[in-house]
Design a protein around this ligand. Sequence first.
Ligand SMILES: C[S@@+](CC[C@H](N)C(=O)[O-])C[C@H]1O[C@@H](n2cnc3c(N)ncnc32)[C@H](O)[C@@H]1O
Length: 333
Amino acid sequence: MVELNTTEHYYTGESPSLLWEMTICQSLGDGGGAFARALEKPAAYGRLLGEFLLEETALSRTGGTIIEVGGGYGTLMSGLLQVLSPSRITMIDISTLLLDRQRETLAGISAGTRFVRDDIFTWLARERPESELIILNENCGDFPTLTDIDKQEISSLPTASWLAPGDIPPPGKLTPQQFCAEAARVITTYDLDIIDLPPRFNLNYGALRLLELLAATTINNAFICEHGSDTMLPWPFSLFPSIQPPGNHINPRRISLKDHDEYNIRFDHLEQAAKKLGFTVKRSHLIEMLKLRFDDEIDYLLREGKPESEEQEILLELYEHISEYQVMLLTRA
Ligand SMILES: C[S@@+](CC[C@H](N)C(=O)[O-])C[C@H]1O[C@@H](n2cnc3c(N)ncnc32)[C@H](O)[C@@H]1O
């Protein structure tokens, strides 16, 4: 039976923590720790993201407005502000407690930042904001996922059962009666390939719905980073069996974490939908965005898998963990 996986209970609960997630942004910290030794140019994740955005988009170093969704502990934004000086920042998060952490991290760094406690789906639909950039780092997998969809059942659903655009509730508020109709609507509307999927499959419904809501705003660029279900490692990292993305089998995979589960993202579905919605899309591996080091030490570590010090053990852990991550940049065409 189709179900909806959500993580809202966890993030709006009493003690949401990023401790169990090992997000890449938190792992790299301020760029001075052991994980950052993996980088060609050790720096905070947000700083490297800022440099990447300046290279890949028409974003200017000063001025402009930035929205960050689900900013966790505020670490990404604090690094980003080493490179960019936007005229306005909006941090939006479903978690009051994490929003408080963001306030603490950014105190003194970014006066005038707006902190909004809301579900991104409700907020985008209501505000239809204008902005140069929206950042979604490691949260699309938290957004509602439709699981255990029966291929045959949705293929035979009449379009009359679909919801009209104005009647679609936030993904987390879909009723079981609406699950199949919404799955059929997005698959048909964006011509998503499901032939290669097993008879019962999972769909990143929340992430796809987010793209629809973004298309109805005047946000110029969107940056998305998340675990991917269809990730290929770039060369030379592709040569090492020990770090191939786990279970690379297209169907979004459940990732069990403390008190909540998320799903990795089928990026080719997001790319297909984003293009149909009028965005220009660039996709790459997070290893390329962060410019991970590849030299004799790393070659030996990845080939032999035998760290000779605690530092090397930490390095290897990062290469193994990062292998599944993709980044996607959407620009209004
Ligand atoms: C896995 S954490 C990622 C934190 C941070 N971006 C990082 O990379 O370290 C997910 C973040 O998204 C937020 N979040 C999850 N679902 C959300 C929603 N529907 N609307 C707004 N924020 C949400 C969580 O509260 C949390 O801050």
